[in-house]
Ligand binder design. Structure first.
Ligand code: SAH
Ligand code: SF4
Ligand code: F3S
Length: 448
């Protein structure tokens, strides 16, 4: 690309939501820099404020609307500053956002983010609204920003979601599934490897749906598994992860891939949502608790020490104590390494928002806490067991705190902090685990 704008802007971007949004912000940053703009970390020096927003729960929208109000007050004190809302909340609330905040200059949905850099090259940006399907091949898909390091990178393989889970706003905000061509994903991964990237995360709402009805199955291997095989063959890359798979299409070929493909990390995020078949049915999640247990069993038979994480919603309409106990049992039985527990939040426009939000807020809080305690207990058990072991860590960069502290992850996804030096970044280090907190291990560097 390399278009140079005649009036470079200083742009501040704040990102909410999931890794898809983080990736969208990254490609936006890379493209804006390519256009000649500057990305700044502080609001006070910026002349464009962009909030890349999430709509998945009400709280996510409240946060972003609050922040937009705060930025509007800043904007009013300075002239010529632009305020834009992009991402899922932009798509979800659309022009209604102008009513909530009259200072908004542009509203851009997640599928149109690639068009934003061009919009910002024009001097006059006044109430621009870009929503719905992208209207051209989005060339920003493969753009990466290496300014914050290039050890790990995310690659988006698809957009949208064809499922209709009763509670979920994502199909509205991100539209129907569209798949990037396998060749362009592989080419992007090859370029990343040449730039020194060691670990790649393949991203999509349901990655194991990749290419369904668009790319052929070969020898009973799904398009997603074939994509994994291609990425596994790229020289220089050392680790591959993916997020998120759906239990529905988690078949033998994917389990087999975990045995066959050397670079595929032994860690899977498998969102189960509930342990009660009745609630899974009500949520329109097309699998049962037994199916989840059979996937977990097959994965653990193939890769015994595989790390498993999940998402769970508590307080779905009509969730009884018995349903909730079924989820408690599932978490106690599977012992996930980590689980994200969410309190059900009705989203206007989804099917479940038409049902009474029958579980009280205090009961949602209680269920949330019970599950968090279970997850925490399992996580501490796991971390305790790691003390004294030597693990291989891919060093990603400086830890948030401590001058000589560095951090990285094991292939199982455990985060490790240790004393090290800058030259280790991008390398594999052998670390002896000496201590832990709930979500992090601490260790000593032995060798590289
Ligand atoms: N595509 C992924 C999930 C994307 S949304 C999947 O199907 O697994 C991330 C998580 O947010 C979901 O797994 C779910 O646990 C949670 N979530 C989605 N909608 C929600 C809602 N209305 N209330 C509470 N949590 C919700
Ligand atoms: Fe939402 Fe369900 Fe699609 Fe996940 S699979 S993004 S929960 S509709
Ligand atoms: Fe992600 Fe939130 Fe959108 S979870 S897909 S940013 S609604």
């Amino acid at each position: 690309m390399n278009v140079r704008v005649s009036f470079p802007r200083k742009i501040f971007i704040k990102t909410y939501g999931c890794q898809m949004n983080v990736r969208d912000s990254e490609r936006l940053v890379a493209t804006l820099i390519d256009y000649g703009h500057e990305i700044v970390d502080t609001e006070d020096v910026a002349d464009v404020y962009i909030l890349n927003t999430c709509s998945v729960r009400e709280q996510a929208e409240i946060k972003a609307i609050g922040k937009a109000g705060h930025l509007l007050r800043k904007k009013l004190r300075r002239s010529g500053v632009l305020l834009g809302i992009v991402g899922c909340m932009a798509e979800n609330l659309a022009e209604n956002l102008f009513k909530l905040n009259s200072g908004i200059d542009f509203i851009v949905g997640p599928r149109r983010i690639g068009e934003l850099p061009a919009i910002l090259t024009s001097e006059n940006v006044n109430r621009v609204v870009l929503l719905g399907e992208a209207n051209s091949q989005d060339i920003t898909e493969a753009m990466h920003d290496f300014s914050r390091g290039n050890v790990c990178a995310s690659v988006s393989i698809m957009q949208g979601c064809n499922m209709r889970c009763s509670y979920c706003i994502v199909p509205k905000t991100r539209g129907v599934e569209t798949y990037r061509p396998m060749e362009s994903i592989v080419a992007e991964c090859e370029i990343l490897a040449k730039r020194g990237v060691k670990e790649i995360m393949l991203l999509g709402q349901i990655v194991n749906n990749y290419g369904q009805n668009a790319v052929e199955f070969v020898n009973n291997r799904s398009p997603f598994v074939r994509l994994l095989e291609r990425v596994d063959n790229i020289p220089g890359l050392e680790r591959i992860r993916y997020m998120s798979p759906h239990p529905k299409g988690f078949r033998k070929d994917l389990i087999g891939a975990h045995c066959r493909l050397k670079k595929l990390c032994p860690s899977v995020h498998l969102p189960v949502q509930s342990g009660s078949d009745r609630i899974l049915g009500a949520m329109r999640r097309p699998y049962t608790r037994a199916r989840v247990l059979s996937i977990v069993g097959a994965l653990r038979t193939s890769v015994p020490d595989i790390s498993l994480t999940t998402d769970v919603i508590v307080g779905y309409p009509g969730e009884t104590e018995e349903d909730f106990q079924a989820t408690v049992d599932l978490l106690n039985g599977v012992k996930f390494n980590m689980a994200f527990i969410f309190k059900y939040s009705p989203r206007a426009g989804t099917f479940s928002a038409t049902l009474p939000d029958s579980v009280s807020e205090s009961e949602k809080d209680r269920r949330n806490k019970v599950l968090l305690d279970i997850v925490q207990r399992h996580s501490i058990e796991h971390n305790k067991m790691m003390v004294g072991r030597v693990v291989e860590v891919l060093v990603e960069g400086h830890a948030k705190r401590g001058e000589n502290k560095f951090c990285g992850c094991t292939k199982h996804g455990d985060k490790v902090i240790f004393d090290g030096q800058v030259t280790l970044i991008g390398k594999f280090a052998n670390i002896k685990i000496t201590d832990f907190a709930i979500s992090v291990l601490y260790g000593e560097l032995l060798s590289t």
